[in-house]
Design a protein around this ligand. Structure first.
Ligand code: A2P
Length: 312
């Protein structure tokens, strides 16, 4: 059985979920096939977003499985264009999914869109008002938990004084090259659970993480990670995902391949030495800086909108 994490509102989230982001085109029939297969393999936690353009396919596959709703954990997210019309955007997501409630509704990014333009750091933030509207959704019974995604210490520090409900989750990119140590400590202190997206290391866009391009090292072929696989007779992905869960973060790797799906829910217990080695991998000279600049320029947290990591 996949272990679960308890959120600050008492609900439980399976520790491994299926990430349903498929790139800009949404995935179409591929998403349907992936969710169907994942359910057969034993996944019960599915992570999508209005911005992924595939809530319909994800929802249909979940419903067609016949698995009782209470056994599933469904996450979707409010897009930037929904910041000023939360209830309507939420109802659209729910209708597309075709389910009675979502388990967790996340604000996808702190930045909202205004008149077709993504708000910039110098603009007044909308996320406080947006969060207040998300809090109201809880009363409808159509959302079990609410949280945020891609929030930094900076944006959380702005948000938290205004919260009646503390976000249950902050979903961010996290893996040994980008362990988000300060953010994780900050969130733990406030009772916010970090969910790790791209837990196998974020590849250059469109590439699987096995393909190192543009000088970005691959975590799956990282010598520290590979060294640990030999000891436990597992794959690099299993080491990375086990590290993530063992340090206290649910992980949501995407995979369309049955064998990799199975591997990704088969976790192991890493000993303290291996955990420490993975914890410090990002401090190796060169790596941290090159990845940070990579992440802050072409695809990392916040960077899609041209914000630097620090501004987030
Ligand atoms: P595939 O679907 O072919 O398995 P994300 O960062 O969005 O979670 O994407 C994960 C990427 O890693 C996907 O490209 C996926 O490709 C690949 N992947 C998933 N699981 C594994 C695994 N166990 N070993 C190697 N690659 C994996």
């Amino acid at each position: 059985d996949i272990p679960a994490f308890t959120l600050n509102d008492g609900t439980k989230m399976p520790a491994v979920g299926m990430g349903c982001w498929m790139g800009g085109f949404g995935g179409g029939a591929r998403v349907s096939a992936m969710v169907k297969k994942a359910l057969e393999v034993g996944y019960r936690h599915f992570d999508t977003a209005s911005g992924y353009g595939n809530e319909e396919q994800v929802g249909a596959a979940l419903r067609e499985s016949g698995i009782p709703r209470e056994q599933l954990y469904v996450v979707t997210k409010l897009g930037g264009s929904g910041h000023h019309r939360v209830e309507e955007a939420f109802e659209e997501s729910l209708a597309k999914l075709g389910i009675e409630y979502v388990d967790l509704y996340l604000m996808h990014w702190p930045q909202g869109d205004c008149d077709g333009r993504t708000l910039q750091p110098e603009d007044a933030p909308t996320f406080i008002d947006t969060w207040k509207d998300m809090e109201k959704l809880l009363g409808t019974g159509k959302v079990k938990s609410i949280g945020v995604s891609n929030f930094s210490i900076k944006t959380l520090t702005e948000l938290l004084p205004h919260c009646k409900i503390v976000p249950a989750v902050n979903q961010v990119e996290a893996h040994p090259f980008l362990p988000q140590v300060e953010l994780k400590n900050f969130c733990e202190d406030k009772g916010i659970l970090i969910t790790a997206y791209s837990p196998l290391g974020r590849p250059p866009s469109g590439q699987p993480p096995t393909v190192p391009t543009e000088g970005v090292p691959s975590l799956l072929s990282n010598s520290t990670v590979v060294g640990i696989t030999e000891k436990y007779k597992v794959t690099p992905a299993q080491v990375l995902l086990s590290w993530g869960v063992q340090r206290g973060t649910p992980v949501i790797p995407k995979s369309e391949n049955e064998e990799r799906m199975r591997a990704n829910i088969t976790l192991l217990h890493l000993d303290e030495t291996d955990m420490k080695v993975l914890d410090t991998e990002h401090t190796k000279p060169g790596l941290h800086r090159s990845l940070m600049s990579y992440h802050s320029t072409i695809g990392g947290q916040g960077s899609v909108f041209g914000w630097t990591y620090e501004q987030m």
